[in-house]
Ligand binder design. Structure first.
Ligand SMILES: O=C([O-])CC(=O)C(=O)O
Ligand SMILES: [Mg+2]
Length: 691
């Protein structure tokens, strides 16, 4: 890289915005405040130069917006406002120019204030190979090797069978680490590989392997992959966001690590989840990688094992709660909006129940937010159920639903089913809810055993199961007599019924046609439970949603064998095909990964400013429509992931259409063909040609 930055060349830049373009064939520098006004016309048109952005204090990775923004004659980082903003030198002391778009504060800074000296420069040679956004590895052709000073830095071969190399690792976690290394080394190749081998690689970069990666994050951690915002950053979150090298952020996935999949509190090590989810935003939904920001909020952890682990990478203290927690989250939410504007999507992920519901209700009317575990999961499950009706018959309202788990996923799914039922039947929501029953549970990771409230245990004649790491308190069917003591999000489901303890008794009492597991605890759909379901249903619908595989309520094999091949089964984590009685059963994956990439894309391309429940229904409807007759014939209620880009484009189009209909879209005029438009907006990982 020709190491140029605005800091070292500030005099040159401020006095003559074009003067640097003569110095070298590709040498130039742009201060953020100057935007494209610092670029000479030929540089603005320079297609596909390896432009990188760095600051004097940056990590040298030199990531960022690069070729796209230069090609489009937009300032690096995608800010449109700086294009028309006055040059810095016009108002050297001003605190008004740039106004709302002056997100890094360099336009408005007064002389005494400190700003980050962001700069854009062109990478070549050794630095180009170390820049994941522009590196092509062995795929650099002969001409490019000459033009970009790469001769001798690469071996002569021009191709490498990377999948072959990856498959040589037997252990999934090793494959995960190899994929993460690839993402750090050659971003386009990482996405190309993931997109071309989605069914094989999804279980590696995402559920279930990502769960193990989070558990071992401290020891496999190599480079930070997102923003860590801890209690130490309180009062400085705006500054922290400014340290991130990207400016045009469209999607943020944020966790506080308290409920990572069904694995419990993994504290700061939960970072693997936002990183994995955002990789899917790009690979499955086509959101540009540079527009994605993974965030982990670190308020401590209550996981004793981690607190005592010498390799733990987070704050070594118990979780902050109450006002301290709320204030940090509030500062984060304001700083995000202030930095990236109204249209940045914030996806809440893997928060514990109590915070998940509260954060969603607090910010849904002021920010573009949704909770993936509550709403994304609901949308994917509803799609699966709508598709399943084609196999089992009847309308939603003619079925009876029983959930094990009344947390985020359980109550979120239940509510969306009730909403859709009410839309179809025109019955009041309260009536529709009566078709849906929940058995609740309390999961306690072993270090919390002491915290179990024995009063709660005995007052519901609870069943206590102890798995290797968990104590699992099954509290029983949610019924009217329990209403007073229920958490607010469970109250709507307290129907009139005598108390019932345990899942099996609840199944026998309610006789559901659909059984849904969302408790985060594995092995709870026992042989007796599945057999009971099969005893009064010709085709029992059984969804074992908890993740990762170890937390699945029952395996695909168990569901098919115990129901004698009659179950319509799907699970949150993937299972391979099952042979039973000479027939092969292929189960679907009821995972929110089907929904959030397309939902996010739809919100981004329509410039939506709020997420509305109807958009989740629209996403769900679009997904259900993608299940083909051929899929049904195999007993599948979800389409295969191999078609996910097409599926995401349809989901995005349906969501965007709803955003326009509800007046929540700001990208005007509305494109006539939203599916085509969505497709045209999707990131493609193909290599660009460098001149
Ligand atoms: O990450 C996944 O695979 C699905 C999900 O949101 C969860 O289990 O929390
Ligand atoms: Mg989740």
């Amino acid at each position: 890289m020709f190491s140029l930055n605005a800091f070292s060349r500030s005099g040159l830049l401020s006095s003559s915005p074009y003067s640097c373009c003569e110095e070298s064939k590709s040498l130039f520098a742009v201060s953020r405040g100057g935007g494209t006004s610092s670029l000479c016309p030929s540089q603005r048109n320079a297609a596909s130069s390896a432009v990188v952005l760095c600051s004097a204090g940056s990590n040298g990775r030199g990531v960022v917006a690069g070729e796209r923004t230069v090609t489009n004659s937009k300032p690096a980082m995608g800010s449109t406002a700086t294009e028309s903003a006055p040059a810095l030198e016009t108002y050297p002391e001003s605190n008004v120019c740039g106004a709302a778009e002056d997100v890094y504060g360099d336009d408005s800074a007064i002389a005494e204030q400190l700003v980050t000296p962001w700069a854009v420069s062109v990478a070549s040679g050794y630095s180009l190979l170390r820049d994941p956004r522009h590196n092509k590895g062995l795929a650099f052709n002969e001409k490019e090797r000459d033009a970009h000073y790469l001769r001798g830095l690469l071996p002569p071969a021009c191709e490498k069978k990377i999948m072959h190399n990856l498959r040589q690792y037997q252990v999934p976690l090793q494959r995960y680490m190899a994929m993460m290394d690839l993402q750090e080394r050659n971003e386009r190749l990482f996405y190309k590989l993931l997109m071309d081998n989605v069914e094989e690689l999804l279980p590696i970069v995402y559920t279930p392997t990502v769960g193990e990666a989070c558990q071992k994050y401290g020891s496999i951690f190599k480079r930070p992959q997102g923003l860590y915002i801890s209690l130490k950053e309180k009062g400085k979150i705006l500054e922290v966001l400014r340290n991130w090298p990207e400016r045009n952020i469209q999607v943020i996935v944020v966790t506080d690590g308290e409920r990572i999949l069904g694995l419990g509190d993994l504290g700061c090590q939960g970072m693997g989840i936002p990183v994995g989810k955002l990789a899917l935003y790009t690979a499955l939904g086509g959101v540009r990688p540079s527009a994605c920001l993974p965030v982990t909020i670190d308020v401590g952890t209550n996981n004793e094992e981690l607190l005592n682990d010498e390799f733990y990478i987070g704050l070594r203290q118990r979780r902050a709660t109450g006002q301290e927690y709320a204030e940090l989250m509030d500062e984060f939410m304001s700083a995000v909006k202030q930095t990236y504007g109204e249209k940045v999507l914030i996806q809440f992920e893997d928060f514990a129940n109590h915070n998940a519901f509260e954060l969603l209700s607090k910010y849904r009317s002021t920010h573009l937010v949704f909770n993936d575990d509550i709403q994304g999961t609901a949308s994917v499950v509803l799609a699966g159920l709508v598709a399943a009706l084609k196999l089992v018959g009847g309308t939603l309202a003619e079925h009876t639903f029983l959930f094990l788990g009344a947390g985020e996923a359980g109550t979120g799914i239940a509510e969306l089913i009730a909403l859709e039922m009410s839309k179809q039947t025109k019955a009041p929501l309260e009536e529709s809810r009566k078709k849906i029953w929940l058995v609740d549970s309390k999961v306690c990771v072993n270090h919390k055993f002491g915290a179990l409230n024995t009063h709660t245990m005995y007052s519901f004649s609870a069943t206590l199961c102890i798995h290797s790491h968990m104590a699992y308190l099954m509290q029983g069917l949610i019924v009217g007599s329990r209403k007073e003591s229920l958490q607010h999000f469970k109250k709507p489901w307290a129907h009139e019924h005598e108390p019932v303890k345990g899942l099996l008794d609840a199944v026998k009492a309610i006789k559901p046609t659909v059984l849904i597991g969302s408790s985060g605890v594995g092995k709870t759909f026992t042989k007796e439970v599945v057999e009971a379901m099969a005893s009064f249903n010709e085709k029992p619908v059984i969804l074992a949603l908890s993740n990762p595989t170890s937390q699945s309520e029952c395996t695909a094999e168990e569901a098919y064998v115990w129901s004698k091949g009659r179950a319509i089964y799907a699970s949150g984590s993937p299972f391979g095909p099952v042979e039973y009685n000479g027939k092969t059963f292929v189960s679907g994956q009821a995972n929110n990964a089907y929904i959030f990439p397309g939902l996010g894309l739809g919100l981004v391309i329509s410039g939506a400013i709020r997420v509305h429940e109807d958009m989740l229904l629209a996403a769900s409807e679009a997904l259900a429509e993608q299940v083909t007759q051929e899929n049904f014939e195999k007993g599948l209620i979800y389409p295969p992931f191999s078609n996910i880009r097409k599926i995401s484009a349809h989901i995005a189009a349906n969501v965007a259409a709803k955003a326009y209909e509800l007046g929540l879209a700001t990208r005007l005029p509305r494109p006539a063909n939203l599916v085509k438009y969505a497709e045209s907006c999707m990131y493609s990982p193909n290599y660009r040609s460098y001149r």
